[in-house]
Design a binder for this molecule. Structure first.
Ligand code: ZN
Length: 344
């Protein structure tokens, strides 16, 4: 069992942050709880961070993350506060943040954006590939061969135990991201919201805001108004580039998403990865995303090849941000594929 947990943690780490950061992660404790302000806390396992708010009538948890971490968190909450978890809120449907809720299911109501419901439904075996996946499907057989896919499609071969000489379907790729095989079940939301929702408990409140398509189509911005803090995951990571090749994300909508969030009233950004930030970090993310989209669009219009596009867009003023050297080219190539596949 210990072996399995270590294996899962390793896959998670590589999946969400890139293997190059393993060394840095090892210097911090594997799991910890830190206070943000007042009764609002972050809980962390390696580079994944969830949050909880303590009220006199119980606790609100955001993103149970995975079964190992949520079981540990439940013990910590019981011993520190002796209060039940009454709500579990989801930032979005990706399994490396949304799994692990079952440990709270006997006391908690689960809440997420309404698009989570469809995203958690397994596509049938003959479901068509997504537009970007069709772009990769060079031989047009409606499936992805190992060499055709990006790293997430390639991960599906491992997770689904498909031989690399074979191919994976839309359904396989979904299963590797939302299914049970890697991180356990995602408890579906009991309550969903479309635009906004306020959760109140013990005299405290949490606001959920939908800012449209961005990292996914089901991302909630979780706003703690008294604490003037937002919790956002993957769609806004202060002082870090967006993840790798922007798998599964929406462009150019993501830029509008960031601008919507900028209009909310808060001071602190508490992200699902990396450290807390401020509105200045959000401004930088907006500028980066604008320059990325505009630059890639201009390159497409000029008929540049992929390599010419990468060379033509140094984005040098963002070179101080985390993962710039690892992910700049991947961001550009991902944006290229997303913008191209929009037009098909
Ligand atoms: Zn995600």
């Amino acid at each position: 069992m210990k072996h399995m947990r270590i294996a899962i943690t390793a896959v998670l780490l590589v999946a969400s942050t890139g293997a190059l950061e393993i060394t840095a992660a090892q210097s911090a404790p594997e799991r910890e709880i830190t206070n943000v302000t007042g009764d609002l806390y972050r809980f962390r396992e390696i580079r994944h961070v969830g949050m909880f708010l303590v009220t006199p009538d119980g606790i609100i948890v955001v993103d149970p993350t995975n079964p190992g971490l949520s079981a540990w968190l439940k013990d910590e909450l019981d011993s520190r506060f002796g209060l039940p978890v009454k709500y579990v809120i989801y930032s979005h449907s990706h399994n490396d943040h949304a799994a692990g809720g079952e440990v709270f299911a006997d006391t908690a109501t689960f809440i997420g954006h309404e698009n989570m419901r469809a995203n958690l439904r397994k596509p049938p075996a003959d479901a068509p590939l997504l537009p970007r996946e069709r772009l990769w499907d060079a031989n047009g057989n409606g499936r992805i061969e190992y060499e055709e896919g990006n790293r997430y499609a390639q991960m599906a071969f491992d997770i689904m135990s498909v031989d690399q000489s074979d191919s994976v379907t839309r359904s396989d790729i979904w299963e590797s991201r939302f299914g049970n095989r890697l991180l356990g079940r995602i408890v579906p939301p009991d309550i969903t919201f479309a635009e906004q929702m306020t959760v109140t408990l013990g005299g405290k409140s949490v606001e959920l805001h939908y800012a449209g398509f961005g990292h996914t189509d089901d991302t909630a911005v979780v706003l703690f108004p008294d604490e003037r803090t937002i919790y956002v995951v993957d769609a806004l990571t202060p002082d870090r580039l967006p993840f790798e090749d922007l798998d599964g994300t929406f462009l150019p909508e993501w830029l509008q998403w960031l601008r919507y969030v900028d209009a909310l009233d808060f001071d602190i950004i508490s992200p699902g990865h990396e450290d807390v930030g401020t509105k200045a970090d959000l401004t930088e993310q907006i500028n980066y995303m604008r320059d990325l989209i505009d630059g890639v669009r201009a390159g497409i219009d000029a008929g540049l090849s992929k390599q010419e596009l990468v060379d033509s867009l140094p984005l040098a003023e963002y070179s101080h941000m985390r993962q710039f050297d690892n992910w700049r080219a991947q961001n550009i190539l991902g944006a290229y594929e997303i913008l191209i596949s929009n037009e098909r």
